[in-house]
Design a protein around this ligand. Structure first.
Ligand SMILES: NC(=O)c1ccc[n+]([C@@H]2O[C@H](COP(=O)([O-])OP(=O)(O)OC[C@H]3O[C@@H](n4cnc5c(N)ncnc54)[C@H](OP(=O)(O)O)[C@@H]3O)[C@@H](O)[C@H]2O)c1
Length: 329
């Protein structure tokens, strides 16, 4: 009972084994979708075990191979799907440096997005594409810090280059490429702009952002120094938001997905009080970043409610404890 009548159609999730995509797959399966996830190595059982353990996976999950840099690689994956959630992109540290960031992050993000969308275009049953971008809209010099940034704001390409914010640049250019493609082809595209994602992690290995958070909870503040003031959102809200905008017939354009924007020191002083056994400093030195806030009224107007910062970290800490990653504290 339930399986047949709840069936919501077939959707594809790119980069399905990632931190955020795994949670989206979980939520999609729970909602009754048949999910075809793309991964780079379907034979890597250790890396994919958490997906096969999800409720509904045995009946309604398929995992197929696809690589962002290969033209046509996503043709089979998206064929016959009603919707595509494009999440795959190299996330090699949000402020980290790589030896060749353009080749490692920027090119795969842009070329990969074009490849995925070209494959989508070949699928006659496709209804809508939801692309995961980023809430990093403030890498620009010309915004008024008294006015919260909304979906009309775009970071400056030149400033991202100058400040070597390669991940931000990769997200900016990939989203722009997607909107150009949608304009040229008439594709129904929606983009979700999540803040820094906090919550439980399903994959065995922690993603870059999840390991930065683990570092902070262990008292390592180096990575967060560079973040300054940051926007945060619960991983479950990001997954639910993707599904909400996919299902909502009137949804359109970009959707900021952020619960709260906090200064680092406000965050750590809350965390230090809430988890006294963890070695989180009450304050730490950090780069000064301009004040900014985000206006999320567009998503809220769809009736969407965000979980708060306490719930994000309670769920994150509980999951890290369960995985034995905070055993020393
Ligand atoms: N985490 C955040 O705080 C946050 C915030 C805003 C937006 N986002 C966006 O959310 C999405 C997921 O991020 P995440 O944090 O979940 O990162 P993640 O765990 O590193 O997931 C990225 C996924 O992309 C796949 N991928 C990377 N390069 C690929 C390639 N060349 N071909 C095919 N697949 C490739 C990875 O596959 P492998 O497992 O094979 O490497 C992985 O499954 C990204 O678009 C990211 O920009 C994340």
């Amino acid at each position: 009972m339930g399986e047949e009548c709840n069936f919501k159609g077939k959707v594809c999730v790119t980069g399905a084994s990632g931190y955020l995509a795994s949670w989206l797959v979980k939520r999609l399966l729970l909602s009754g979708y048949h999910v075809r996830g793309t991964v780079r190595d379907p034979g890597n059982h250790a890396k994919l075990k958490h997906l096969w353990q999800l409720e509904g996976a045995k009946e309604r999950l398929e995992l197929v191979k696809a690589e962002l840099m290969e033209e046509g690689s996503f043709d089979d994956a998206v064929m016959g799907c009603d919707g595509v959630f494009h999440m795959a992109t190299p996330v090699i540290g949000v402020v980290g440096l790589t030896s060749d960031p353009k080749a490692e992050m920027v090119e795969p993000a842009i070329k990969g997005t074009r490849n995925v969308l070209s494959s989508c275009k070949k699928n006659p049953s496709l209804r809508r594409v939801v692309l995961t971008s980023s809430s990093a809209l403030r890498t620009r010099l010309d915004f008024d810090s008294k006015v919260p940034l909304d979906e009309s704001s775009w970071s400056s390409e030149e400033l991202c280059e100058k400040l070597k914010i390669w991940y931000g640049l990769s997200k900016l250019l990939a989203e722009k490429a997607a909107w150009e493609f949608a304009k040229e082809t008439g594709m129904d595209l929606i983009t979700v702009l999540p803040a820094f994602v906090i919550g439980p992690s399903l994959p065995h290995d922690l993603s870059f952002t999840a390991s930065d958070v683990l570092g902070l909870l262990r008292g390592e503040t180096e990575k967060f120094k560079g973040y300054g003031r940051m926007a945060y959102v619960h991983i479950d809200d990001v997954a639910l938001c993707h599904i909400r905008v996919y299902e909502e017939p009137n949804a359109h354009g970009r959707y900021l997905c952020s619960s709260v924007v906090l200064d680092n020191n406000d965050l750590v002083s809350m965390l230090a009080k809430r988890y006294p056994s963890l070695p989180i400093p009450e304050r730490f030195e950090q780069f000064v970043r301009p004040y900014y806030d985000l206006d999320t009224s567009k998503l809220r107007s769809l009736g969407f409610k965000f979980k708060g910062i306490e719930e994000m970290f309670d769920d994150c800490v509980a999951s890290l404890r369960e995985q034995g990653r905070l055993d020393s504290y």
